[in-house]
Design a protein around this ligand. Structure first.
Ligand SMILES: *Cc1c(COP(=O)(O)O)cnc(C)c1O
Length: 383
């Protein structure tokens, strides 16, 4: 048998730092948990599943009497699809407030399920507003469900769910938030907001690895969804029944390594000081990045007041800017950045979630400074 401490990464090369919005850079301890194989039938594994479900409720500020956590195999989109496809009945009408690719993806999911949806579209650099949402609800009394994205990762804009969700909830509309890229990194008081479904995944701000999504669901709202699902594997109601009635048993094969890694990541979140401390770290990094980039001539796409501490979009500094050369230069020096996703502006993105600290951002800014200075002086690309 191979001793665990003799195992080394399969490539003995420097590990790059991911400045991307998930998968992201995880801690050595999170990676180490995945060196052990586990069976899904095991009581210890089921107990760990229950622990993770409970701990997520506390991160979400969602009391166990009123809320349940449903883990769902797959990437984050699988969890969004499970939530929409289970929460919204065949005769429901969904209002989607969107200002980016992930909001539009909810519209695509609704199309697959033949869910009637009203789309409230905002420009990608404008936040969703409560005022417009309420106006559309006035105009469309047939709406039964409302969905929006918290941090729209397309740009890094943060939508003000604290203002929007309580107002929508007060109208008796079921509320659904894709908090994929913000949950764990930005405080969300699920119960106080009157949020019925909060969706996130293992590889974002909890700082685990990819493999499952999860939904924090209000028990009263979920209880009304029996038989709604138009997909067997993505039936949230059924998945929850299995967890609740079989002491943490997933319905189908689950990503065992990912769950162990995620449990370790949750312990590290608590050790850091919980969501408020992580929010403070991400905010510091984002400020440092934003100010440093501005000083180097890279303008952010999103106004500071609407910017999330998760990921920042920067405009190309000139029409001649070669993103691929810039990307390759930084990659050679150990930093992986992210292409832009804004439809109308040439941009790139730099994330600062994960095991990323002030010193890393400082080093990144130094390389970008060197790159930018040499490029400007020589008038040509460098590699
Ligand atoms: C990451 C992300 C998703 C899910 O994307 P997957 O590629 O399916 O994991 C959904 N919404 C937002 C806002 C995200 O950031």
């Amino acid at each position: 048998m191979t001793a665990l401490n003799t195992l080394v990464p399969y490539q003995a090369q420097p590990v790059p730092l991911l400045l991307t919005p998930g998968p992201l850079t995880t801690s050595p301890a999170v990676k180490r948990t995945m060196l052990i194989d586990h069976g899904t039938w095991d009581d210890e594994y089921k107990a760990l599943t229950e622990t993770v479900r409970q701990e997520l409720l506390s991160v979400a500020q969602a009391p166990a009497a009123d809320y349940t956590t449903i883990l769902m195999q797959g990437s984050g989109t699988f969890a969004v699809e499970a939530a929409l496809g289970t929460a919204v009945p065949q005769d429901g009408v969904l209002l989607i407030a969107m200002n980016g690719a992930y909001g539009r993806r909810m519209g695509q999911i609704a199309d697959y399920y033949n869910i009637v949806h009203v789309d409230l579209e905002f420009a990608e650099d404008e936040p969703v507003t409560r005022e417009k949402v309420l106006t559309v609800l006035d105009d469309h009394p047939e709406v039964t469900h409302f969905a929006t994205v918290h941090c729209e990762t397309t740009t890094g804009i943060l939508n003000p769910i604290d203002a929007i969700i309580p107002a929508v909830h007060a109208r008796g509309v079921v509320t659904i938030v894709d908090a994929m890229s913000s949950f764990g990194g930005v405080p969300i008081d699920t119960a106080a907001l009157g949020l019925d479904y909060l969706i996130s995944s293992s590889n974002k701000c909890i700082q685990g690895v990819p493999g499952f999504g999860f939904i924090i669901a209000n028990r009263t709202a979920l209880a009304r969804t029996e038989g709604n699902a138009r997909s067997l594997s993505l039936d949230l109601y059924d998945q929850n029944q299995s967890f609740d009635q079989q002491h943490g048993k997933w319905r189908f094969t689950s990503p065992t390594h990912v769950l162990y890694a995620f449990h370790q990541a949750l312990q590290e979140l608590a050790a850091e000081g919980g969501v408020p401390a992580r929010f403070a770290r991400y905010t510091r990094s984002e400020q440092q990045l934003r100010q440093g980039m501005l000083a180097l001539g890279y303008a952010p796409v999103i106004a500071e007041a609407d910017q999330s501490p998760i990921i920042t979009s920067f405009k190309y500094p000139s029409a001649a800017f070669d993103f691929h050369a810039f990307y390759a230069y930084l990659k050679d020096r150990g930093f992986i950045i992210y292409p832009g996703k804004v439809s109308t502006i040439d941009s790139f993105r730099i994330g600062n979630i994960g095991e990323v600290y002030t010193g890393d951002i400082q080093q990144l800014l130094r390389w970008i400074k060197t790159y930018s200075t040499v490029r400007v002086q020589s008038g040509r690309k460098i590699d």
